[in-house]
Design a protein. Structure first.
Lengths: 155, 435
């Protein structure tokens, strides 16, 4: 009989979605523990890499929101360190993290997505917010859903 | 089930059982952000934590040894509901530095002055009673008043503290409504959060107004001895009994971890306070009281307070200089003591909405909305200079300046957001280090 794998759940981090991440991480850890898995939870900070090196968990389960958890960087690092993790690979994560890129990709794959426009902050500043929003209003009409290009946990 | 039921999931099966007064005990959505503020990479200008590392560890070790060697069984036993006589003696000597003539018998020791305030509120406040407080006021006091369902009304302040005419007007308004005003809650010295000190002349004026209106004053004075440029005027309680309940604390002059504070109150109130103290905790920690008493007996505690003053003055100076350099057009108070300054943001900025972006830039502060019971304060923030080193303060202000400049640019591009200042309910129940 093989022993159960050791899992390191990553939750918290520095982002405005920290609270949601901590709650999600706790849920994942509880679920794993209920199934007899040995679980530790870590809040990623400057000590994380050293901890990964010394503890060598069998699996890392990232439950992080915000840039550090969703932009693919952490997963790239885990791949480089040869540590298994739960979730999509870093390249996919990086693309999904950026909503305009993700939207273009799923459209290309034939998935219907709502009509939209991606506008940078510079575009609003340089062209004037009022005139830019005038074009949006004339073409898309209101109401519209406004989302930041990156970030999540919308309420 | 309403808000407790999200998509059919009952989050707390006891939701319907809570007392009405517990509805004010909501966790803050910014609470988790403050948890991040303790991480080393974040410069926290949020929490009002005293810099306890300035206290000699050897002195504390020696004190602990002596307490165990000389009074071990007593320290581990229940004590008096009024507090240990030896400590009460020391407290009267400490208060004498601020002009208060009190006898040990006038003092009731509490588990920190926060507990003293809770006991006072418990004795006096019925649901709907009015409490008058400065504008802004201490977040921890607002939490206590909310938990007793008080109607807190803020009185405008200027650079000399609470404005007497505004106080008179608020009393008249409440009287016209036939509503009882139970107390005027004030932090006259280096106020939390505004850093403002009530002038000597106004202290007497406020006492006269309260006395003629028959309203108690609750004078909360945790920072009085921590002056930088010149001593604060004598405490209001120094004017005599005159319906003033005085709250004192060792949290800033020694260490908050000991949780020792005190109340000095008119005789009848003091008797009730002792009974309320016994009902709540039986007796304040004998161990902590003996530790404080021993520390005060065997160490030059006034020299320690002088050291704290110099340390905090240097940090205040660092913050004021950094603000002048990074944000020369922003207005803020320049406190003559204590832990905090109060910053006013440019028109249209919302300190609570900006906080997540500040934390992402590795700097934290306390949004102004935490210090009002009536949904104001979004254009302000409290900056604490007590804990970070001067270098960290400069770095923190520099990061904060970047966040503010970014916000100003957004406002210039899009105009102010419509989400407003409806935020005060979210700052209930701050974490202890926010106090």
């Amino acid at each position: 009989m093989t022993s159960s794998p050791s899992v390191l759940v990553l939750a918290g981090g520095i982002s405005h979605e920290r609270d949601i991440s901590l709650r999600s991480g706790r849920l994942v850890a509880d679920g794993l523990e209920a199934n007899g898995v040995s679980v530790q939870i870590a809040d990623p900070d400057a000590t994380l890499v050293e901890r990964l090196r010394s503890e060598k968990p069998d699996v890392v389960w990232p439950v992080l929101h915000g840039a550090s958890g969703e932009d693919g960087a952490l997963r790239s690092l885990l791949e480089m360190m040869g540590i298994h993790y739960v979730g999509s690979p870093s390249a996919a994560t990086r693309l999904a993290w950026d909503k305009p890129s993700a939207k273009t990709l799923v459209e290309r794959a034939g998935v219907h997505t709502p009509e939209s426009i991606s506008l940078s902050r510079d575009a609003f500043r340089e062209l004037g917010a009022e005139s830019v929003l005038g074009v949006v209003s004339d073409t898309l009409g209101f109401p519209v859903v406004v989302k930041p290009a990156r970030g999540g946990s919308a309420q | 089930m309403g808000e407790n039921n999200t998509q059919g999931i009952i989050l707390d099966p006891w939701f319907e059982h809570y007392a009405e007064r517990s509805s004010g005990l909501s966790a803050s959505e910014v609470r988790s952000l403050f948890a991040v503020a303790n991480r080393p990479e974040v410069v926290s200008l949020a929490g009002g934590m005293p810099f306890v590392r300035a206290i000699s560890a050897d002195q504390i070790k020696n004190t602990l040894s002596r307490v165990i060697d000389q009074s071990g069984p007593e320290a581990l036993q229940y004590g008096s509901g009024q507090g240990h006589p030896l400590l009460r003696e020391h407290i009267t000597r400490m208060m004498a530095l601020e002009g208060i003539a009190a006898r040990p018998d006038d003092v009731v020791v509490t588990t920190g002055s926060q507990h003293g305030l809770d006991l006072v509120a418990r004795l006096f406040i019925n649901p709907g009673d009015i409490v008058l407080a400065e504008s802004p006021s201490y977040v921890g006091a607002l939490g206590v008043f909310r938990s007793y369902q008080a109607d807190v009304r803020h009185i405008e302040m200027d650079e000399e503290g609470i404005i007497p005419s505004a106080l008179t007007e608020a009393i008249e308004v409440a009287r016209a409504e036939k509503r009882p005003i139970k107390m005027i809650y004030l932090i006259p010295n280096f106020q939390n959060p505004a850093g403002v000190t009530l002038s000597a002349a106004r202290r007497l004026e406020i006492i006269d107004i309260a006395e003629s209106a028959g309203i108690l004053i609750v004078e909360d004075n945790p920072y009085g001895l921590l002056w930088f440029d010149q001593p604060a005027p004598p405490a209001m309680r120094a004017a005599g009994d005159k319906g003033i309940i005085y709250l004192g604390s060792f949290s800033k002059t020694l260490a908050p971890g000991l949780r020792v504070g005190w109340v000095v109150a008119p005789h009848g109130i003091r008797e009730k306070l002792i009974l309320a103290n016994e009902a709540a905790v039986l007796s304040p920690s004998t161990f902590s009281q003996l530790v404080v008493a021993d520390y005060l007996s065997h160490n030059d505690w006034q020299a320690q307070i002088t050291e704290f003053r110099e340390l905090y003055r240097e940090r205040r100076d660092a913050m004021v200089a950094a603000l002048a350099h990074e944000l020369p057009d922003i207005s803020h108070t320049t406190p003559g003591g204590g832990f905090f300054l109060w910053l006013t943001l440019p028109e249209g900025l919302n300190s609570k909405e900006m906080l997540p972006r500040a934390v992402t830039e590795l700097v934290a502060y306390t949004p102004g909305t935490a210090f009002f019971a009536d949904k104001r304060g979004a254009q302000h923030m409290r900056l604490a200079f007590c804990y970070p080193t001067p270098e960290k303060i400069s770095e923190g202000v520099s990061r904060l300046a970047k966040v503010i400049r970014d916000e100003v640019e957004l406002i210039n591009t899009f105009g102010p957001t419509s989400s407003s200042t409806d935020a005060s309910e979210h700052v209930a129940s701050p974490p202890p280090n926010l106090a």
